[in-house]
Design a binder for this molecule. Structure first.
Ligand SMILES: Cc1ncc(C[n+]2csc(CCOP(=O)(O)OP(=O)(O)O)c2C)c(N)n1
Ligand SMILES: [Mg+2]
Length: 601
């Protein structure tokens, strides 16, 4: 037993449960809890950021890079509501993050205290965070905080992972009680969820009987550290491996069986080979519309007639978008290992003997994709194509360097153009895809993996949403590198508007008075003013050496590259369900044809 305040209990539990850093912004609602971080025994390194959303994104990047959770903390009211996009990003991609906020004092709530939302319910913020976390815990007494802390960690780190929110009212942060911080091991299950042996047998038999098997690696394959087993199983049955956005890196992308990504902005080879599969085995993937080309038959998947083996830790995903032949709710790594163990050498040899034609098709599809990609990636035209800076970056970055992609064109372009070789080296905001994610997430990734190169590739629009975090990088001395592709506007959005609507609005950055010329801040100079090294590159022959200089300079650094407004975006090798307004007749007709082929009902 120890006599501790609410703030001390939270801090000590965070330390004992393995949290290395807390990021956030203070305010009166969390003063007493932050103060405890200065008390002996409760000290925990604090990373001051410029916007609360960035604190959550930082914890998100920290986890995606390392597999270890980080914490973030804010005041009440606006400080708390600023976290919502960060929490939603973690929640949609099943990323653990521990978020602790203050709350109105228990004897004051509902009376309209400073920064309280109370019109429909006293202290309404947790009702907002409830929708973007696995669970919210509201402390009502100081002596229940040790219980809340182990429940929150249990929730965050068990089953399908995700963020949690603990709210500690201002009075409870200050009060003390005699408490015990419970060892977490005693409050968590041991080991992993094993698959049903009958399901394993059926999955193995299906893979062996297939002529064109494809394994789809989702984010769950990476979360479960299943990469080695996944690669071995692909080799044993001669299956191709494709990946979703979050699954990129689950197999080394220079492996002969890796065909690249699937979906709207997948690769040609990824979509062609996967759409032709007679058996698909998905590992930790929920078949979002983006990865499944809005379920249009033959675009990314053809299920049916293809048969699906769906491995996921969450039963909700089984059968949601496609019917399954075998649905398995278990840990991805142990499931793949069990399937591997159930296949004999002779069975493997017999299956591989039938794969000659399929493997030749894989080689041909990959060659065709490389021929599509190479001219844009290797182009020396200026302003640059979207892909050229990525080709240059791949040449100068270490094999295990970590790349983060912002939203917009860079996100699809990185997926298509920047091969990665290890899990947790390609980080993307994935299915929630907020602008403003990549910069703070890169800071989190670099904090977690200080010995690795960490580079965020962002568009100018995305960058503007997290610009002040340049200050965070400099103040905290976090040497991540930011590559800003400046095309003076939201060109991915303009591209979509042109394609589906034939015209555009609010997507170019232009002067609205005078001659309407394109507008941009001088981003490299802005970064220098924040106190970091920065370069602006406009010549092709300076790309590689400047990127290398940024990686080698030892501090946070920024490279602004001028990309063409009219540069083609990522290749659209899949399909996407986007209805155009009825006054666009031709677009409507194309859309109706695609929609007719959708298979998700
Ligand atoms: C917070 C947020 N608001 C709006 C969007 C919609 N959106 C997606 S990409 C994009 C533009 C990104 O611009 P930029 O980073 O410059 O990249 P570019 O499209 O020019 O490649 C917008 C507005 C979003 N993803 N996130
Ligand atoms: Mg842009």
């Amino acid at each position: 037993m120890m006599r501790l305040t609410g703030g001390q209990i939270v801090a000590r539990a965070l330390k004992e449960y393995g949290i290395d850093y807390v990021a956030g912004v203070p305010g009166h609602g969390i003063w007493s809890l932050f103060d405890a971080f200065l008390e002996t025994g409760s000290q925990i390194p604090f990373i001051q950021v410029m916007h609360e959303q960035s604190a959550v994104h930082m914890a998100d990047g920290y986890y995606r890079a390392s597999g270890r959770p980080m914490a973030c903390s804010t005041s009440i009211g606006p400080g708390a509501t600023n976290t919502i996009i960060g929490l939603a990003t973690c929640y949609t991609d099943s990323i653990p993050a521990f978020y602790v906020s203050g709350g109105p004092a228990t004897h004051m709530k509902g009376h309209g205290v400073m920064q309280e939302i109370e019109r429909q319910q006293e202290n309404a913020f947790p009702r907002i965070s409830e929708q973007v976390t696995k669970r919210v815990y509201k402390a009502g007494r100081v002596d229940e905080l040790p219980f809340i802390m182990h429940r929150a960690f249990n929730t965050m780190l068990s089953g399908r992972l995700g963020p949690v929110h603990v709210e500690v009212p201002m009075d409870i942060q200050t009060e003390a009680a005699d408490v015990v911080i419970h060892p977490l091991e005693q409050r968590m299950a041991m080991g992993l969820a094993y698959p049903d042996p009958a399901a394993v047998e059926r999955a193995a038999a299906l893979l062996l009987s297939a002529e064109r098997p494809v394994i789809v690696a989702g984010g769950g394959a990476i979360a479960a550290n299943a990469s080695a087993a996944l690669t071995k199983l692909a080799e044993k049955v001669g299956a191709a491996v494709t990946s979703t956005w979050n699954g990129k890196g689950a197999i080394a992308e220079d492996h002969s069986l890796a065909v690249g990504a699937v979906g709207q902005t997948g690769t040609f080879s990824g979509n062609t080979i996967t759409a032709g599969a007679d058996v698909v085995m998905s590992v930790g993937c929920r078949f979002t519309d983006w990865s499944a080309s809005s379920y249009r038959k033959g675009a990314s998947f053809s299920i049916p007639p293809g048969k699906l083996i769906h491995i996921d830790l969450d039963h909700h995903e089984i059968g949601k978008n496609y019917p399954t032949e075998v649905g398995i709710v278990a840990d991805a790594r142990v499931t793949l290992e069990a399937i591997l163990a159930s296949i004999s050498k002779e069975q493997s040899a017999r299956a591989l003997a039938r794969r000659e034609r399929f493997h030749a098709d894989i080689v041909a599809a990959k060659a065709k994709w490389e021929a599509m990609l190479a001219p844009r990636r290797d182009s020396h035209e200026t302003p640059f194509t979207l892909q050229r800076p990525l080709g240059a970056l791949r040449k100068v970055m270490d094999r295990d360097g970590i790349i983060l992609a912002g939203s917009g064109n860079t996100q699809g372009a990185v997926k298509q153009t920047f091969p990665v070789y290890e899990p947790r080296t390609h980080l993307t905001s994935g299915s929630f895809s907020p602008m403003g994610w990549a910069v703070p997430a890169a800071l989190g990734a670099k904090l977690a993996m200080p010995d690795r190169q960490v580079v965020a590739v962002v568009g100018d629009g995305d960058f503007m949403m997290s610009l002040p975090e340049m200050g965070t990088a400099v103040m905290n001395g976090i040497p991540a590198v930011f590559v800003v592709q400046n095309n003076r506007g939201y060109m991915s959005i303009r591209g979509g508007q042109r394609k589906f609507l034939g015209r555009h609005i609010a997507s170019e950055f232009n002067m609205h008075k005078g001659n309407g010329e394109p507008y941009s801040a001088n981003i490299a100079e802005v970064a220098k003013n924040f106190g970091m090294e920065a370069w602006k590159v406009e010549q092709s022959d300076q790309l590689e050496n400047t990127l290398k200089a940024a990686l080698d300079c030892g501090g946070p650094a920024l490279v602004e590259v001028s990309t063409s407004r009219d540069a083609a975006g990522p290749f659209v090798t899949g399909w996407w369900d986007f209805p155009s307004p009825t006054y666009y007749e031709k677009e409507q007709a194309d859309y109706a044809e695609g929609r007719r082929l959708e298979q998700h009902f």
